[in-house]
Design a protein around this ligand. Sequence first.
Ligand SMILES: NC(=O)c1ccc[n+]([C@@H]2O[C@H](COP(=O)([O-])OP(=O)(O)OC[C@H]3O[C@@H](n4cnc5c(N)ncnc54)[C@H](OP(=O)(O)O)[C@@H]3O)[C@@H](O)[C@H]2O)c1
Length: 530
Amino acid sequence: MMDKNDEKPVLMQQTEARTSTPDLQVPTASCLIEGYPEPCEIIIVGASGDLTSRKLIPALYNLFLRHVLPKPFLIIGCSRTNMGDLEFRNKLKEALSNEDDLNLSQWDSFASLLHYCPIQYDEPTTYEDLNDRLHELDRQYHTGGNRIFYLAIPPDLYKPTAKMLGQAGLSAERRNGEGWSRIVVEKPFGRDLNTAIDLDRSLHEYYEEHQIFRIDHYLAKETVQNILMFRFANAIFEPLWNRRYIDHVNITAAESIGVEHRAGYYEQAGVIRDMFQNHMMQLLALTAMEPPSLFEANRVRDEKVKVYRALRPFPVDSLQDHLILGQYGAGTIDGKRVPAYRDEQGVSMDSLTPTFAMMKIYMDNWRWQGVPFFLTSGKRLGGKITEIAIQFKEVPHSMFRQTLGEHITANRLILGIYPEEKITLTFQTKNPGARVCLRSVTMDFQYSQSYTGPILEAYEKVLLDCMLGDHMLFWRQDGVELCWAFLTPILEKCETCGDRAEMLLPYDSGTWGPLEARTLKTTNAERRAV
Ligand SMILES: NC(=O)c1ccc[n+]([C@@H]2O[C@H](COP(=O)([O-])OP(=O)(O)OC[C@H]3O[C@@H](n4cnc5c(N)ncnc54)[C@H](OP(=O)(O)O)[C@@H]3O)[C@@H](O)[C@H]2O)c1
């Protein structure tokens, strides 16, 4: 029988027994960075915004504290807001002083790296002014003309801004004293296949592929990177990592927060564009890909792309059998009442935007034929949890059937990404005593337990990689397009079908999504057990 626990992500379903690892005394600082980046400047376009003050500047400040920023290094903020260097510095200091875990004792030294140059996104002369200012700063600080342009602006400004930068000569490399020029594009990269292709064409008018960094900060989380190490640096798991031993795979990214201040964006996006096109697809690729011949950006990305190519086209004519969509209602989270999605500020009273999705997908290849992958993500769920759970098959024959019956709980391996970065393996042991009784125990490895050195936060890692020119953790355009090619028919069907409202199932905030999601999950082993 399916138990009540099944509605929770598998992380919440473990037994009490645990084992632990000793402190492994891992070497610390030597693992933090591979070589130092060349002198450069980062130009943040949209520097008056939320991403800049909440993510980018704290990440750059932390890199400064760890002494891993290049020398010399400059940060130039650009946006429409009219302000000078001093005002920009003070504004950021004020924003960062709300961050509990930041020690601002070295802020003044860091602040001297910060400069500001106002621009109008559609006004060519302001980009020429920016160009002049950058040359002046290059001369003054000897940054070698190496530049990273970080687009921290609303997505509909990516195209015109990249064009303006290109027209002002700011995408040019290694000419007239310029060094390299890179452009970082935030998610979302398009809102469907056509817009993604269109955006890419515009970028390629002025930038070559090696200059473009399509960011997905999820990929830079230590545990996400560790999936590849776990799979391909250990000989014992890979022989089991296939349809012969694995019953199904759950990939879950649950959030307890609601739409917060991003209703304008979220109403247009919904959960599939917000989470599936990028983070969920990346987690899927890392779980399902073949071993690359070398740990090198293009070879790793080649293998990911093969996973996307193998995705079985989604059966859009029988959506209900493969997709559950939901929208949160009011409920209780951490003891506090929270409003329904439709009552959030900026959300339409009759919004049909999904805040929860569970998708059952298959891959048509030798390794994964017949193994369902359940991808689940949603807002206002019972907790913030990100994990990949590999559910192995049951033993083929139970020698304990006379005492225990046929059913023995199968092994489960969990790669936990959040809240704890950990790996757990659940297996069966005998309970002490004269009677044959089995119990599930969980062997537990927590990254924090065996490592006491510094860890780079995701935005710190991607910014550093961008300075180093390492594309390993960034999307390549073919991957973006293949994911959109898979998801666009689903989005089109969901957004145009006549029974759109019926497809959207309500769930209370603080639960694990619509109850119907459980039936979608009834797979091979569970069907046998029911
Ligand atoms: N915030 C996050 O946590 C987060 C996470 C992942 C990805 N992203 C992506 O990162 C990008 C930036 O996000 P954000 O949250 O920082 O955005 P934001 O605060 O809404 O906007 C950034 C800046 O862009 C300018 N801007 C905003 N709306 C504009 C408009 N309609 N026309 C012209 N300029 C406008 C504003 O600067 P001025 O008015 O001064 O020009 C604003 O300070 C977005 O593409 C977002 O999808 C954000």
